[in-house]
Design a protein around this ligand. Structure first.
Ligand code: 5GP
Length: 178
């Protein structure tokens, strides 16, 4: 097993390129089936989902729209707590079948703050598709309608996910060695 070093930490191979591509193809097939006859609007969240979104969407041989966004988090008023807003969301969501693409749902805090803003625009449907899902880490539950892999509450890098800016370009997913 070949360990890799990212900054000061060591990571071990966890989910191989082959396992990822097989699962991503399966997921695309399931989504394609669920949205047959519709034109879904995919909203991948940058930076982490860029590889996942690219591979998944290449498998969607049907008409789809794609709008990449970035989320910005800032401190709102005392009553609202932290606020998460989208940068680059220029599509009207009213009546659309929207699918959010995320790299990982960990605590669920980010999406639980962001979803109400999307629902406010009254999409016909709103689903979440995450490559990775850490059920044991959830603090603010969000409905993860599609996920690639359910994983334990351990830090991972690669395939879009970074550790302090590095590791996003790794072809496979690595897990922190503790
Ligand atoms: P949340 O805790 O709000 O569900 O996750 C927010 C973001 O934290 C994710 O989109 C992801 O960018 C980052 N994150 C959560 N868990 C991990 C992890 O294990 N590894 C990496 N690299 N990023 C993570």
């Amino acid at each position: 097993m070949s360990l890799i070093q990212v900054h000061d930490k060591w990571f071990q191979p966890y989910i191989s390129q082959h396992e990822i591509s097989t699962r991503v193809r399966d997921l695309a097939g399931i989504i394609k089936n669920d949205y047959s006859g519709k034109i879904p609007l995919f909203i991948p969240i940058l930076n982490g989902s860029f590889m996942f979104a690219s591979d998944l969407l290449k498998e969607m041989d049907m008409p789809v729209e794609i709008c990449f966004i970035k989320l910005a988090s800032y401190k709102g008023t005392v009553s609202s707590g932290r606020v998460v807003t989208a940068i680059g969301l220029d599509n009207d969501l009213f009546g659309r079948d929207v699918i959010i693409l995320e790299d990982i749902v960990d605590t669920g805090k980010t999406l639980s703050r962001f979803l109400p803003q999307l629902l406010h625009q009254q999409p016909a449907s709103l689903k979440i598709c995450a490559l990775l899902y850490k059920p044991d880490a959830v603090v603010n539950p969000v409905p993860v309608d599609y996920f690639g892999f359910s994983i334990p509450n351990k830090f991972v890098v690669g395939y879009g996910l970074d550790y302090d800016g590095l590791g996003r370009n790794l072809k496979e997913i690595y897990q922190l060695v503790e």
